[in-house]
Design a protein around this ligand. Structure first.
Ligand SMILES: *Cc1c(COP(=O)(O)O)cnc(C)c1O
Length: 559
């Protein structure tokens, strides 16, 4: 017996009701009013979930078991009921813009970038080609040109596209590298031999996804150790490459990370590219490795390439200027990379997902074309058919339009203010934490919006302890003990933050591993403050320092 509404009702009558579930396709101010009312009511209801805490409502406590039996509904519901349901699903969301949210590299989103998402949600472009996407494709082409201009690619030669995340940008970079190595034959014939890709040990784990999913195999990922500053050790890189080339091993790509996720470590792209060129000549390589810059976090620093640090018209503190200039030394020449990844959903202040993959030479993209005889960029002006070379078939117009909106909205000036401010607040936090002998700031040479620090018990000298933790096998037990200590401090702080009494921090299980003369030791955990909100101010920074002290007292009291 079918359940549900047994009354006889002609479908056409129901269809009339159902039509009110959609925006009206022709101009209809009354029904548009209903649409706007629905959204504004939704916003009001979500607003009710706000409190002093940097979270909407409450986080989920019960298990997911109970919801596994959710059945497909029999009858239609209505817009009001479902809107009410949706409100509930915002519960537990961190409010990224809250001054007390210092959780991770997740930004609050600007109003125009949200509007761009709404525009794409209502009109539903698919930027597989321009016939299905109006001028949304133009936004993608312009956004790629603007980003090329920002980082220093020649936008008459460069190319790019928006894809499914930072992982997608690395996937495109490595795929391109493989096709370059084998003259575009991998697409047709598959990968027939072992080929290596190289990245540092603090690069993002998506390198593993990419190696696995592209069929390279994770075992063909060569991981180069990093220095204490979390950047790829160039001596190790050179040793590896020399050994590989002299044995005839094929290296498709070197992934340089410009802004690591945990510590904002920045690889020396300039030196990596020079090394690649030099060795290519020395070993007579006809297909030298492709260099992909994973700048999904660091790209935004490029807005300071032409900031006058002497005049400092924006009035940043000296400490902030030093930090920005240090980062910029590495981030001002992204154009040296053969391809680059940019995430607007990280340091670009746009909603998920907004990721751009850029290539210095757009002709490279033809290597990804599934119909090589049709050169996608040789289409006549006004005809854009990226679906020929993108991995995706359906591709949302949201990311490109949101990125475009933010670049127009903020310009270099706006991004300088946002990035400058979050770096300034992070610097103020580091200045405060450095005052305490039992706190060690861990990324003290990687200046960015993220601060990793480790807290120690009273009887321990933090600086000395960290040195031993990083290198002394006899100190292994202490590493684990201190990891646990930091975890308890984290939990104490977290419980308070959820009650609206402090800042929401995060932690990392392994900011790096101990290194016992080349043998990896245990992971070293850390507390993490990632500041991205323009609302984070000195009061929020002071709160972090104060609550660490209080949590430490509380944890010590429990011993
Ligand atoms: C976040 C991140 C990635 C992965 O990007 P997604 O957008 O999460 O797929 C890659 N590299 C770095 C350095 C990252 O921080």
């Amino acid at each position: 017996m079918p359940r549900g509404n047994q009354e006889r009702e002609n479908y056409l009558d129901l269809l009339e009701r159902l039509k009110t579930y959609f925006p009206v396709p022709v101009s209809n101010p009354i029904m548009d009013g209903y649409f706007i009312h629905t959204i504004s009511h939704f916003l009001d209801r979500v607003d009710d979930l706000k409190s002093a805490a940097p979270i909407l409502g409450h986080s989920r406590e019960e298990h997911y078991h109970a919801i596994l039996e959710e059945a497909f509904p029999e009858d239609m519901s209505n817009v009001e009921e479902v809107t009410e349901l949706l409100v509930n699903y915002c519960q537990g969301m961190p409010i990224w813009g809250h001054p007390n949210a210092q959780v991770n590299v997740v930004p609050p989103t600007t109003i125009p970038s949200i509007t761009a998402f709404i525009a794409a949600a209502i009109y539903n472009p698919n930027i597989i080609w321009d016939a299905y996407s109006g001028h949304f494709t133009e936004a993608e082409i312009k956004a790629v040109a603007m980003l090329s201009d920002l980082i220093g690619y020649d936008s008459r030669r460069s190319g790019g596209l928006f894809t499914f995340g930072g992982t997608g940008t690395i996937l495109y970079g490595v795929k391109l590298a493989l096709e370059k190595l084998f003259d575009g034959k991998v697409m047709e014939e598959g990968l027939r031999e072992d080929v290596k890709i190289v990245a540092s040990d603090t690069s993002h784990y998506s390198r593993l996804n990419v190696a696995g999913w592209l069929g390279l195999g994770m075992k063909n990922l060569v991981t180069i150790p990093t220095t204490r500053d979390n950047e790829m050790n160039l001596i190790d890189l050179e040793d590896y490459l020399r050994q590989a080339f002299s044995q005839g091993e094929k290296v498709a790509a070197i992934i340089a990370t410009l802004g690591t996720t945990d510590a904002f470590g920045i690889d020396d792209l300039n030196a990596i590219v020079r090394l690649r060129d030099h060795l290519a000549e020395e070993y007579n390589l006809s297909r030298p490795p492709h260099v992909h810059a994973d700048a999904v976090i660091g790209w935004a620093w490029a807005v300071f390439r032409d900031y006058d640090f002497e005049a400092n018209s924006l009035g940043f503190r000296a400490r902030t200027l030093r930090s920005l200039q240090d980062s910029l030394k590495r981030l001002s020449n992204l154009a040296l990379a053969d391809s680059t990844g940019v995430d607007f959903h990280k340091t670009g202040y746009a909603p998920y997902i907004s990721s751009a993959f850029l290539v210095r030479d757009r002709k490279d993209l033809t290597l990804l074309s599934r119909e090589p005889e049709q050169m996608p960029y040789l289409y006549h002006f006004g005809y854009y058919h990226p679906g020929i070379y993108t991995l995706e078939c359906s591709r949302a117009g949201t990311g490109a339009l949101a990125a475009y909106a933010n670049m127009r909205l903020l310009g270099k000036q706006g991004y300088r203010i946002l990035i400058g401010h979050v770096v300034e607040m992070a610097e103020m936090l580091r200045e405060r934490l450095e005052n305490y002998p039992f706190i060690q700031v861990l990324n003290d040479f990687n200046y960015g919006p993220v601060t990793l620090f480790r807290v120690y018990p009273d009887d321990v000298n933090a600086a000395q302890a960290l040195q031993r933790e990083l290198s002394d096998p006899a100190y292994r037990d202490q590493v684990e003990k201190h990891n646990d200590y930091n975890f308890r401090i984290f939990q104490t702080i977290h419980e308070r933050a959820m009650r609206g009494e402090g800042v929401w921090l995060s932690r990392t299980d392994a900011y790096r591993h101990a290194d016992y003369d080349g043998v990896p030791g245990p992971p070293i955990a850390a507390l993490k403050s990632f500041i991205l909100s323009p609302w984070t101010d000195l009061a929020a920074v002071d709160t972090v320092a104060r609550q660490v002290l209080e949590a430490r007292e509380q944890v010590d009291g429990l011993k």
